[in-house]
Write a protein that binds this ligand. Structure first.
Ligand code: ADP
Length: 187
């Protein structure tokens, strides 16, 4: 199964992705994690990406696509994947279409996790205390939400046209949200 997870920062994409991949034995591919890995390894790409991420802006489409392409070409991704954090704008969605068609595969689901903005801000504030991510400060979070509204929300319409979008209510416990996702897969 090939799944794209959509939702605002703090909507729980990463948490839900981990549960899905555990059950389905497919890899969790998070572009945020790939970028944070490059930062930790202190690669040239990582150093350039860090500045952009710390401002809450999007890293260039080409850089992220290159990382994603490498990851999708690894053997474990052949049986499916949960994509988390990509596509983040319509251009990336188009790039992904092209990449998947080269590999002769298609997406099965685009899951849109909906959480209201107040809840999202509260969750990220909590995560900031727990994890200390450098892009979780209040001002940067506000910018990330703005970028989400402007650039990522239209991606849902892109997949609506393909009729693969399922909207999931993202409030409630982790298990409750996971159950809603499972219900989508049963149809
Ligand atoms: P969140 O979903 O909480 O915003 P992520 O870990 O997905 O967190 O992303 C953190 C940051 O990494 C983003 O704000 C952005 O700068 C960068 N990033 C992640 N994925 C992409 C992408 N597909 N395109 C561009 N930048 C990305």
């Amino acid at each position: 199964m090939r799944i794209v997870l959509l939702g605002a920062p703090g909507s729980g994409k990463g948490t839900q992705a981990k549960l899905i991949v555990k059950e389905r034995q497919i890899p969790h591919i998070s572009t945020g994690d790939l970028l944070r890995g490059a930062i930790a390894d202190q690669t040239e790409l990582g150093l350039a990406a860090k500045k952009v991420m710390d401002a809450g802006e999007l890293v260039s489409d080409e850089i992220v696509l290159g990382m994603l392409k490498d990851r999708l070409n690894q053997p474990d991704a052949a049986k499916g994947f949960v994509l988390d954090g990509f596509p983040r704008n319509v251009r990336q969605a188009e790039m992904l279409e092209e990449l998947l068609s080269e590999l002769d595969i298609q997406l099965d689901h685009a899951l849109l996790i909906q959480v209201n903005p107040d809840e999202v801000v509260a969750r990220i504030a909590k995560r900031a205390q727990e994890e200390g991510r450098t892009d979780d400060t209040e001002e940067v979070v506000r910018n990330r939400l703005e970028v989400y509204r402007e650039q990522t929300e239209p991606v849902a319409d892109f997949y609506r046209k393909q009729d693969i979008v399922s909207e999931i209510h993202g409030t409630g416990s982790i298990e409750e949200v996971h159950d809603r996702i499972q219900a989508v897969f049963r149809f």
